[in-house]
Design a protein around this ligand. Structure first.
Ligand SMILES: [Zn+2]
Ligand SMILES: [Zn+2]
Length: 149
C-alpha cells in the first residue's frame, strides 16, 4: 500500500497552493472559491465551491522518486529539538542530516524514503559525501549500501 507523502490543493481561481501538514491541519485559500485541504499525511480530504477550479497535488511514496524527493519533507525542531517545527524537503537535506535520521529512528515508511534519498545520491560511507563530491583521497570506495562508487 502506498503512503501519502504530500497533501495539497491548488486553487485555480486565486492560484494559491495550500498544504495540509498534519492530520487536523485544515487549510483554505482566501478567495471566494474557498478551496480547502485537510488530513495531513493520514488522508487527503479536499473541497471547494467549484471543484472544477481546484487541482489536487497528492504525492505517494511509490510515485516517481525524482518527484517524491521534491515534495516529501522531514519535520525538524533543530539540533537541540527546541526550535519551532520546520519542514525540509528530502532533496534539500544534507547528507549528514539523512544519516542522522537513520540513527535517530523514524517510522518505517519515512525511513524507507530516507534510504531512497541516500541511494539516489550515492553517499559514501566514509566521508559522507555524495558521489559527485566524494574525494579521490577518501579511503572508502563504497557507498552506504556497500555498493562501489
Ligand atoms: Zn482560491
Ligand atoms: Zn568518501
Amino acid at each position: 500500500m502506498s503512503k501519502l507523502v504530500y497533501n495539497a490543493v491548488k486553487c485555480l481561481e486565486c492560484g494559491q497552493i495550500i498544504e495540509s501538514m498534519s492530520q487536523y491541519d485544515y487549510k483554505t485559500c482566501t478567495c471566494p472559491n474557498m478551496a480547502m485541504v485537510d488530513g495531513g499525511l493520514f488522508y487527503a480530504r479536499y473541497g471547494a465551491r467549484d471543484m472544477r477550479m481546484i487541482e489536487k497535488i497528492d504525492i505517494h511514496d511509490d510515485d516517481d522518486y525524482e518527484i517524491v524527493r521534491q515534495y516529501a519533507t522531514r519535520g525538524s525542531r533543530g539540533v537541540n529539538g527546541d526550535e519551532p517545527l520546520t519542514h525540509i524537503k528530502l532533496c534539500d537535506m544534507n547528507n549528514g542530516h539523512l544519516i542522522a535520521v537513520l540513527e535517530y529512528g523514524a517510522p518505517e515508511w519515512h525511513k524507507n524514503l530516507i534510504l531512497k534519498e541516500i541511494a539516489y545520491r550515492n553517499v559514501c560511507m566514509e566521508c559522507e559525501l555524495d558521489s559527485g563530491h566524494h574525494k579521490m583521497s577518501c579511503s572508502s570506495r563504497y557507498n552506504i549500501k556497500g555498493d562501489e562508487i
